[in-house]
Ligand binder design. Structure first.
Ligand code: ZN
Length: 253
């Protein structure tokens, strides 16, 4: 770490130490260090394959087949991924009680795996490690769905109501989950420090939260590999390894 980077890391450490109510907002950048690619970034998978949109999933069996083929092509990578030092640092802030809430754009379940309780976590884009009935919200394990799909490409249908079953993620064109949005907004309004970790802040409505936190009087720190459109609102901006920087600032190995 350079001298400038280490001074900024100390400044982040002191912001975290002074805060009684932090919101940590995470994006794909925290999970790339666990080997999960950032599908939305330039050169990512979504540059080559257009994602299956929600309306197409609902309307077309061919699109549902395509959706599940792609899901199971990357499923193993996510199922095997382990939390890294960045996730452990976030979990430690929650454990200490200074972080009110972790709001994430990620769908990989690594915050839960690192020990963040579900009631301290808001998943804005849902979760890809299980499946849900679109009609009645019944939850399904992916392994059983995968076994049936790989046998003869049979598509999952809800045993309780006959509805379509999809991963727990929020697809393009699918309405944002109201409860998650409400919880994220309430935490953002209540916090005294808002820390962005590994998000390019380019996807709305998620990108609106840091500005809302500032308007409500919270301090703002941004830790991301590249600069973001909201850097000028932040008290500290750090570009570097998330695991190393946040691990250092929180004191977690
Ligand atoms: Zn159902």
């Amino acid at each position: 770490m350079t001298v400038a980077a280490s001074e900024k890391t100390s400044a982040l450490a002191s912001l975290l130490a002074q805060s009684r109510s932090t919101v940590v907002f995470t994006g794909a950048g925290i999970s790339t260090e666990s080997g999960i690619p950032d599908y939305r970034s330039p050169g990512g998978v979504w540059d080559r394959f257009r994602p299956v949109e929600f309306a197409d999933f609902v309307a077309s069996e061919a699109m549902r087949l395509e959706f599940w083929r792609r899901k199971f092509a990357t499923h193993g990578l996510i199922a095997r991924a382990e939390p890294n030092r960045g996730h452990r640092a976030v979990a430690e802030l929650v454990r200490r009680g200074t972080a009110l809430c972790v709001v994430t754009q990620n769908v990989d379940g690594l915050h839960q795996k690192s020990g963040v309780p579900q009631d301290k976590l808001v998943e804005l884009h849902g979760n890809t490690t299980y499946a849900l009935c679109l009609q009645c919200d019944e939850r399904y394990d992916l392994e059983a769905i995968r076994a049936a799909f790989e046998r003869n490409e049979s598509l999952p249908v809800c045993a309780a109501c006959g509805g379509l079953v999809k991963t727990g993620t929020i697809s393009f064109g699918q309405p944002m989950p109201e409860d998650a949005m409400r919880r994220a907004e309430a935490a953002t309004r209540a916090c005294d420090l808002f820390v962005v970790v590994g998000s390019s802040l380019s996807v709305y409505p998620a990108a609106g939260f840091p500005a809302l936190a500032r308007r409500c009087g919270a301090r703002l720190a941004i830790l991301n590999r590249d600069s973001t459109p909201l850097d000028e609102l932040a008290e500290i901006v750090l570009h570097g390894s998330i695991g190393e920087t946040l691990g250092e600032a929180v004191g977690v190995a």
